[in-house]
Design a protein around this ligand. Structure first.
Ligand code: ADP
Ligand code: G6P
Length: 355
């Protein structure tokens, strides 16, 4: 069989609840590919799509089948599969993967209505981000790599307060209430997707300070599945060993409560995984190079590329802790996976041409 375009679109799924750092992650990812992604030019100003030379990021909210009023009338949340059109999501992601452009709907977050569709052309890398990229098995099977951002309730609460209270003027009570209201559907439809992810970034409160409820210092775990084609998990010092490392000392400045890294094999939903964990934060961002130089399988193109990426975007949230570090690592991994898929496709084409 032959696809319509001669380029291959690699499809990446990024799942997380809203307000859990998807757009920050996307900015780090597109930066690894060498260019910020921007909204489509001349289109609907409320488009949720981001486009760069290599990458198109589409937001799965665009597949809401019920608009805000429809959801209210039927009493379903945006997290409920009944508010989303998985048939269309599957058809369109499949078409793009096959090299065919689609007219994708737009969910307007300002009005809560479905706007007229926009044309999406097949990119080199298609990222589908949102609440349900791994919910429907047909869509899931189209993904070349999948990521789940697993933000613990404590941290989600701290981030929501920061954004919705400081920037949007919501009250503490209303933020608590909205998290509580989403919880049943979140547990039923969003959270279970993490068992299907190739990589999970778990964000938890620190263990370096007893009873820390502030959610400022984070313990972040990068859970990487073994046995995934084109994906070799990152490790610390020695592959397969269980390592615990406090890098603070002569080469790394740490103020209280310091930094602790660990790495080793674990099981996650019955799968073999490697988990890299970082608790605490960096005082001086350029000293990240010391930690980077002890990590293996990071898919960098040159020595210090992770540190360079972090320094370039030091203003993004999480640059001084494991969230920024692990998001950057996954960005590099996705670049590597993309190049491997393209290389293996070209190889099979030359082989079939010879046969
Ligand atoms: P989403 O796209 O999933 O809605 P954003 O990337 O816009 O999420 O992040 C939402 C808010 O959460 C940000 O404004 C910021 O306050 C907070 N946030 C996100 N990522 C981090 C992080 N790694 N560290 C601290 N705060 C973060
Ligand atoms: C989008 C987000 C959801 C959010 C919804 C708002 O779909 O992805 O996380 O809940 O918008 O829904 P509302 O019913 O409040 O308009």
């Amino acid at each position: 069989t032959c696809s319509a375009g001669d380029q291959q679109t690699v499809v990446i799924g990024l799942a997380a609840d809203s307000g859990c750092g998807k757009s920050t992650f996307m900015r780090r990812l597109t930066s690894v590919f060498g260019g910020a992604a921007k909204p489509p030019r001349g289109g609907n100003p409320d488009s949720n799509t981001l486009i760069s030379d290599t990458t198109t990021v589409i937001c799965l909210d665009d597949y809401h089948s019920l608009d805000r009023t429809g959801r209210k009338e039927k009493g379903v949340t945006a997290l409920d599969p009944r508010a989303n059109d998985f048939d269309l999501m599957y058809e369109q992601v499949k078409a793009l993967k096959d090299g065919i452009a689609v007219e994708k709907p737009i969910y307007n977050h300002v009005t809560g209505l479905l706007d007229p569709p926009e044309l999406i052309k097949p990119p080199k890398i298609l990222v589908i981000e949102g609440l349900h990229p791994m919910y429907d098995s047909r869509v899931r099977d189209l993904l070349d790599f999948s990521i789940y951002l697993d933000i613990s309730n404590e941290v989600k609460f701290a981030w929501k307060i920061q954004r919705d209270m400081a920037e949007r003027g919501h009250s503490l009570e209303s933020i608590k209430a909205s998290i509580e209201a989403r919880k049943p559907d979140f547990d039923a439809y969003i959270d279970p997707q993490k068992q299907f992810a190739d990589a999970v970034i778990e964000v938890l409160p620190t263990r370096l300070i007893p009873n820390d409820y502030e959610g400022k210092i984070l313990r972040v775990r990068l859970i990487m599945r073994e046995g995934i084609e084109h994906f070799n998990p990152v490790y610390l010092f020695d592959e397969g060993s269980t390592i615990s490392w406090i890098p603070c000392g002569r080469k790394l400045t740490c103020s209280y409560p310091g930094i602790r890294l660990s790495c080793g094999p674990e099981t996650y939903f019955g799968h073999e995984v490697t988990v890299l964990e970082m608790d605490g934060q960096f005082d001086k961002l350029d000293e990240l190079i010391y930690v980077e130089s002890h990590l293996s399988n990071i898919s960098t193109k040159f020595y210090g590329e992770i540190t360079q990426q972090i320094l370039e975007h030091s203003e993004f949230p999480g640059s001084n802790n494991g969230t920024g570090l692990f998001q950057t690592i996954i960005g590099l991994k996705i670049r590597d996976i993309y190049h491997q898929i393209i290389a293996s496709k070209q190889l099979s084409q030359t082989q079939s041409a010879k046969a």
